[in-house]
Design a protein around this ligand. Structure first.
Ligand code: 13P
Ligand code: SF4
Length: 313
């Protein structure tokens, strides 16, 4: 039987579906979104998949249920479309650690260094970067650039993903790391992995590369959210310990109901992702706010590193 909250949610979901059709809108949602948002979304994916979907869509309105940089990315690659985010304060704290002026200053000092910027960054920062990457393609992209003869890199802003890329490509890579990190993933320690290994010796531990090296080193699998989804689909393990934001567990339970999932950390929650609620999504579609607006020139400049990423990935 449905409880009060389920009933209220069902009612909102119905209204959202109706508005979506009336306005020819598409709802894109990240894996970290609340279960009820995942339920109403047309597509659920990681940062790279969301960017690709945003580029392919025929909808007039794109509603991005994720954090601000994801909506900005959708706008940059779809300037002619209306892009909305249900709550304008849903920012990514890691993205905030990279500042455009500081990167310009760095480039003045080291003009021969190639700036590789994680999509978890503002449009301003993207505009002064040479290429973007996501956690799904970072290793592949830097490898391709290295093979093309680029030898010096700065990785912005996640020091953990940057160190993972360096590790994967070997010590020949000359890569400096920006001192940014994700407060959600960086709080996990190796003791958390050891705790689960002792409790469930047959479990598999999957973690996001935004986790620290000491955590990645003890994991069975390291990958972006979509890569974690793929791994879970094919593993025979019955118990999976998930080292990324717990919203993804709702999705994993749907695709692998026979498995048991545990969150690697007691509060593995990105508060910004959770700012997106059904009532905010409904209001967003009804009033067509909050709309992402960016200066034309900024769109032009920020688009270049994103397009370069999409070409190489
Ligand atoms: P993914 O691209 O792997 O979905 O990661 C996005 C993110 O913000 C992780 O914290
Ligand atoms: Fe940003 Fe971390 Fe939230 Fe991902 S989990 S959106 S990196 S703050």
């Amino acid at each position: 039987m449905l409880n009060f909250f389920d009933l209220r949610n069902e009612n909102l979901i119905e209204k959202i579906q109706k508005l979506k059709l009336e306005k020819n809108a598409v709802i894109l949602a990240h894996f970290y979104q609340r279960p009820e948002i995942q339920k109403v979304a047309d597509f659920i994916g990681d940062s790279l998949e969301l960017a690709k979907k945003a580029r392919e869509t025929n909808a007039d309105i794109i509603v991005m249920c994720g954090v601000y940089f994801m909506a900005e990315t959708a706008k940059i690659i779809n300037p002619e479309k209306k892009v909305l985010i249900p709550y304008y304060k849903a920012g990514c704290l890691m993205a905030d650690t990279a500042i455009k002026e500081e990167i310009i200053e760095y480039k003045k000092k080291k003009p021969d260094t190639f700036i590789v910027t994680y999509v978890n960054s503002s449009a301003d920062v993207k505009a002064v970067s040479d290429i973007c990457c996501t956690s799904a393609n970072a290793v592949k992209i830097v490898k391709k650039l290295y093979e093309q003869g680029i030898k010096k890199f700065l990785f912005v802003p996640d020091r953990n993903l940057g160190s993972y890329v360096k590790e994967k490509l070997g010590n020949d890579i000359e890569m400096e790391l920006w001192d940014g990190y994700c407060y959600v993933h960086d709080q996990v320690s190796k003791e958390d992995v050891i705790f689960y290994r002792e409790r469930f010796p047959k479990c598999v531990v999957v973690v996001h590369p935004e986790c620290r090296k000491e955590v990645r080193d003890l994991a069975d699998f390291v990958g972006s959210t979509s890569q974690i989804v793929k791994f879970v689909k094919q593993t025979s393990a019955k118990i999976v310990v998930v080292g990324t934001e717990e919203g993804i567990i709702n999705y994993l339970k749907k695709i692998a109901p026979e498995k048991t999932f545990y969150s690697l950390y007691r509060r593995f929650i990105c508060d910004s992702m959770k700012f997106i609620t059904l009532s905010r999504l409904y209001k967003c579609l009804l009033e067509e706010k909050y709309e992402i607006t960016l200066d034309e020139n900024l769109i032009k400049e920020a688009r270049k590193p994103i397009e370069k990423m999409l070409e190489l990935s």
